[in-house]
Design a protein around this ligand. Structure first.
Ligand code: SF4
Length: 316
């Protein structure tokens, strides 16, 4: 099997506290429950002289110092409860989410799926049941590929999946959520671009970026290849990373300059060991109001909390 450039790049990662401490010239990394994984491309964007670098903070494991019981838990969204078929999550009437891959190019320490049991949700071995479920729910018109990161799949595997989804005639839209495309931009291959342009489905690519500093020159170059696709971004509001009006405004402006519209600003999903990222609701609403005041409407992401199985809660 031929190994592509992006696959080589995604293998160049820091995977232990020791490697991270050496590379980033720090002593801050210690092994915790959620394993460390930082692609070198992302690590190279971190300022080694800044212990509070906003990219560093997203990948730095922290021990939960709280002794009090808290509402933070291992699976805050209880995905399993909304999974009528293994590999498929059905929360909203017109759309289903598929766990397309268990792999990510990066391990974000705020990730709400860090304790998810991916082994029970392999969509490829369970495709017949997934297809039956979607066939029998004609009100579903959109399939969302999530994970893990769906762009961890090879182009061949992704093509197989897209072709299978195309066979279901009431599916009109394919939405792909990806952080890989941001942190390892070489993933945006010519084959991927052709695949997304040629499918009969309407494609929406939702990128996951939390800070303008993540949007490197290389990303800027690669994302230009996808300008025929609807490009959106979603962020998580993270204490110490992007909890300021200035940082969020800069992110929105940079995204727009690259042809990407800010879409969602998510409040943190309360997963254990991510307590230190929490921005309280009051500050979140204040920041959002500042964005509304200072930015054109199309640059203001919607502030949401993904807590209710029936709908996203609009915060403002
Ligand atoms: S890329 Fe997404 S799914 Fe993967 S660890 Fe980060 S937040 Fe979680």
């Amino acid at each position: 099997m031929m190994i592509k450039n992006w696959q080589q790049d995604s293998r160049k990662t820091l995977k232990s506290a020791k490697q991270c401490n050496n590379f980033l010239q720090t002593k801050q990394f210690k092994e915790q429950n959620f394993s460390i994984k930082i692609p070198l491309e992302f690590a190279n964007l971190i300022d080694k002289n800044n212990p509070n670098d906003p990219l560093l903070l997203q990948v730095l494991p922290k021990k939960n110092e709280q002794s009090e019981p808290s509402e933070f838990c291992s699976e805050p969204l209880a995905d399993g409860k909304n999974s009528p078929v293994a590999g498929l999550i059905h929360k909203y009437p017109n759309r289903v989410l598929l766990i397309a891959s268990r792999v990510c190019a990066i391990h974000c320490q705020y990730c709400f799926r860090q304790n998810f049991d991916y082994s029970k949700h392999d969509i490829f071995s369970n495709w017949a049941a997934i297809e039956n479920y979607i066939f029998s729910h004609k009100n579903i018109d959109e399939v969302i590929l999530s994970g893990g990161d769906p762009l961890s799949l090879s182009d061949d595997k992704l093509q197989i999946l897209i072709t299978q989804i195309e066979q279901i005639k009431h599916i009109k839209t394919l939405r792909i959520h990806s952080r890989n495309a941001v942190v390892t931009p070489s993933r945006i291959t010519a084959e991927l671009v052709a695949m997304l342009e040629q499918t009969s489905l309407k494609v929406v690519l939702v990128l996951h970026s939390n800070h303008a500093k993540e949007l490197s020159e290389k990303f800027a170059k690669m994302i230009q290849k996808l300008q025929n696709i609807t490009l959106l971004n979603q962020s998580v509001l993270l204490k110490g990373v992007n909890d300021s009006e200035q940082v969020l405004s800069e992110l929105s402006r940079r995204l727009f300059a690259l042809g990407i519209l800010p879409y969602y600003l998510h409040l943190l999903d309360k997963v254990s060991a991510a307590e230190h990222f929490l921005v309280d609701d009051k500050l979140a609403i204040k920041l959002h109001q500042q964005l509304q005041k200072n930015l054109s409407g199309y640059l203001v992401p919607r502030l949401v909390r993904d807590e209710n199985p029936e709908f996203k809660t609009w915060m403002n």
